[in-house]
Design a protein around this ligand. Structure first.
Ligand SMILES: [Zn+2]
Length: 508
C-alpha cells in the first residue's frame, strides 16, 4: 500500500491518481467529514475522500491509496474524474455503507460549484453485504444478523484494529497528522482486503465446513492449517509497509505517467470479477429526498407546528376541532356546514347525507394529501379523516380539519353532530342524494313525472304505480328516490341514531 496525499490538480499525486484509475478494476471508497453540531441543518462537509486502487487483478498486486484533500483541491476540477469512476462499468466500487458518504460528498461538491453533485455509483459492492454473505456461508440460515461496524469486521476478518479515537478526530484540521493519514488510508485499504477474502471464498468455493470448526472466526478459517492450501492468503496490512509507503516520495512513482484527455480510459474486469459484479453488484442512486438533510426536514416541521401551537396544553388537544367553522358567514363562509371525507371515513359520508349534511368525497379515487387539502380549502369544507398524518399538514386552519375518533358509522355520525353542534331536524332527513351528495329538486314528482324522468337510466318498479307516492329527484345525478319501505326504515334509523325527539318527528 502506498499513500498519496492529493491536494492540488497540478501535482504529481493527482497525475498518479488519474493513472491509477485507468489501471484499476477494483476501487475502494471512504470519506471523512468534519464533525458537526446536531443542530445544524445542512449535511456535514466532506474534507477527505479516500480512494484505494488495486493495480491489477490479484490480491498480491500493489495498491495505491489516495487521500484527496477536499479542503484544498479545486473541486470542479476533480468532479468529472470522480464521477466517471463512480459510473464506470469497468470499475467495481467497494464501500462500507457508502450511500451516506455519497450524500455528504454530493452536497459538498454542490456547495462548491458542481451543480447536481453526484447522482449514482454503479457496480457497487457493500462490505456489509459481503460480510453477511460470508456469515451466511458459515452459519447457513442461523447466521447472526447483527449490524457490525467496519472496525469489528476488520478485527474479525483481518485482525486489523481501526482506532476509534482517530475515527472521531477533527478531519477538517490541516495538516493531517501522520496517524490520521495512516488511519484514513487503512480505512479504505481494508475494504480491498476484505474483498480479497470474499473473492477467495467464491473462487475456491469453500462451502463445506467441519461442524467442529463452526466457532472458528473467518480469520481462523483462513489461517488454519487445513485450509491454507485451498485458498489465497490475505496479505495483512503491516504497519511497517504503511510507514514505508508514507515516507516514499510520490513524485518518483509518478514519473512517466500517461496523461489522457478523457478522464477515464479503463481496462475491463477479468472474468471472475465480472461474475461477482453481476451477482452481487448494486447501484447507489440518490433520490431528491436523499439530498435533503433529515435535520432540516425535522426542523421545518417543528418550526411550523410551534407557530400554530404555542403551549403543551394546546398541543394535547390539537386534534380537536377548534375555532369558528369555515361555513360561519361572519368568516366568509356561506352559512352551511360542509364536510369533505377522506376514504377512511367514506361510510360516514353517506350517513351524513342521510341526515341532510353536505358531505363530499374526494374528486379522484386515490387522492394524495395535497389534493384533499386543496379541495377542502377551495370548497370551504371541514376535512374529516382518521389519518393522523393529515393533521400534521399545516395548510388548513385547525378549524378545517378534524380527526374522527369513533370507529362505527353510527357513532361517527353522532360524534360529528356533537363536535360541530349540528342541529338536525326531522325534515332534513333524506333530503340529499346519498349517491352523489346532490340536492333534491324543490317539489316532489308525481308517479307519471317520475316515470318520464327515469326514462333511460332507472327503472321504477311497477308495484309502485298504484300507490300515491312522492318522488324526489337529485338535481345533480338525476337519481330518483321515493318514500317506500326503505325510506321509512332509514328515517326511523336516523331518528334513533340522532336521538331526534317526537316533536321533530311530527314535523316530518
Ligand atoms: Zn345524486
Amino acid at each position: 500500500m502506498k499513500i498519496y496525499v492529493v491536494s492540488a490538480t497540478d501535482s504529481s499525486e493527482f497525475t498518479r491518481l488519474k493513472w491509477s484509475f485507468t489501471r484499476s478494476t477494483v476501487i475502494a471508497l471512504d470519506a471523512e467529514w468534519k464533525p458537526q453540531r446536531s443542530s445544524t441543518s445542512s449535511f456535514p462537509t466532506v474534507t477527505l475522500l479516500q480512494v484505494a486502487c488495486r493495480l491489477g487483478h490479484n490480491s498480491d498486486d500493489v495498491s495505491d491509496v489516495f487521500l484527496i484533500d477536499l479542503t484544498s483541491i479545486h473541486l470542479p476540477s476533480v468532479w468529472e474524474l470522480l464521477n466517471d469512476m463512480f459510473v464506470s462499468p469497468d470499475v467495481m466500487k467497494l464501500g462500507f455503507r457508502f450511500k451516506q458518504d455519497l450524500v455528504y460528498l454530493s452536497s459538498t461538491f454542490t456547495q462548491n460549484g458542481c451543480e447536481g453533485g453526484f447522482q449514482e455509483v454503479k457496480q457497487y459492492l457493500d462490505i456489509m453485504s459481503i460480510y453477511n454473505h460470508l456469515q451466511h456461508k458459515r452459519f447457513g440460515r442461523k447466521a447472526p444478523k447483527d449490524i457490525k461496524s467496519l472496525a469489528a469486521i476488520c478485527k474479525e476478518m483481518l485482525d486489523i484494529s481501526l482506532s476509534k479515537e482517530l475515527q472521531c478526530s477533527d478531519w477538517s484540521h490541516r495538516p493531517l497528522t501522520e496517524e490520521q493519514k495512516l488511519y484514513a488510508a487503512t480505512d479504505a485499504h481494508c475494504l480491498l482486503q476484505i474483498f480479497d477474502v470474499f473473492k477467495a471464498n467464491l473462487v475456491e468455493g469453500i462451502t463445506v465446513l467441519d461442524p467442529t470448526e463452526i466457532n472458528v472466526g473467518l480469520k481462523g478459517i483462513l489461517t488454519g492449517s487445513d485450509y491454507t492450501g485451498k485458498i489465497v492468503m490475505v496479505k495483512l496490512c503491516k504497519a511497517t509497509d504503511v510507514i514505508r509507503g508514507m515516507s516514499e516520495n510520490g513524485q518518483n512513482i509518478a514519473n512517466g505517467v500517461v496523461s489522457r484527455k478523457t478522464t477515464l480510459n479503463t481496462m475491463p474486469m477479468d472474468e471472475n470479477l465480472l461474475k461477482i459484479v453481476r451477482k452481487y453488484g448494486e447501484r447507489i442512486l440518490l433520490k431528491e429526498s436523499d439530498r435533503l438533510p433529515k435535520n432540516s426536514k425535522k426542523k421545518t416541521r417543528k418550526r411550523i407546528s410551534l407557530s400554530t401551537v404555542n403551549t403543551n396544553k394546546q398541543l394535547l388537544c390539537s386534534e380537536d376541532w377548534q375555532g369558528p367553522p369555515p361555513w360561519d358567514s361572519s368568516f366568509g363562509g356561506d352559512g352551511c356546514p360542509k364536510f369533505l371525507l377522506d376514504v377512511m371515513v367514506e361510510g360516514l359520508a353517506k350517513h351524513l347525507r342521510c341526515v341532510g349534511i353536505d358531505a363530499a368525497v374526494p374528486l379522484s379515487k386515490k387522492p394524495d394529501s395535497r389534493e384533499l387539502l386543496d379541495q377542502a380549502y377551495k370548497e370551504k369544507r371541514v376535512l374529516l379523516t382518521r389519518d393522523t398524518k393529515l393533521l400534521r399538514h399545516q395548510d388548513l386552519a385547525k378549524n378545517q380539519i378534524y380527526r374522527v375518533k369513533s370507529l362505527l358509522k353510527n357513532e361517527q355520525l353522532l360524534e360529528v353532530i356533537e363536535i360541530f353542534q349540528l342541529k338536525i331536524s326531522g325534515n332534513q332527513l333524506m333530503s340529499r342524494c346519498t349517491k352523489c351528495n346532490g340536492k333534491f329538486i324543490q317539489k316532489p314528482l308525481s308517479i307519471e313525472e317520475a316515470i318520464e324522468a327515469a326514462k333511460g337510466f332507472q327503472r321504477i318498479p311497477s308495484c309502485l304505480f298504484h300507490k300515491n307516492l312522492e318522488f324526489w329527484q337529485c338535481m345533480n345525478c338525476h337519481q330518483l328516490y321515493w318514500e317506500g319501505t326503505q325510506y321509512h326504515n332509514a328515517v326511523q334509523k336516523f331518528m334513533d341514531v340522532c336521538k331526534l325527539s317526537e316533536v321533530n318527528k311530527m314535523s316530518l
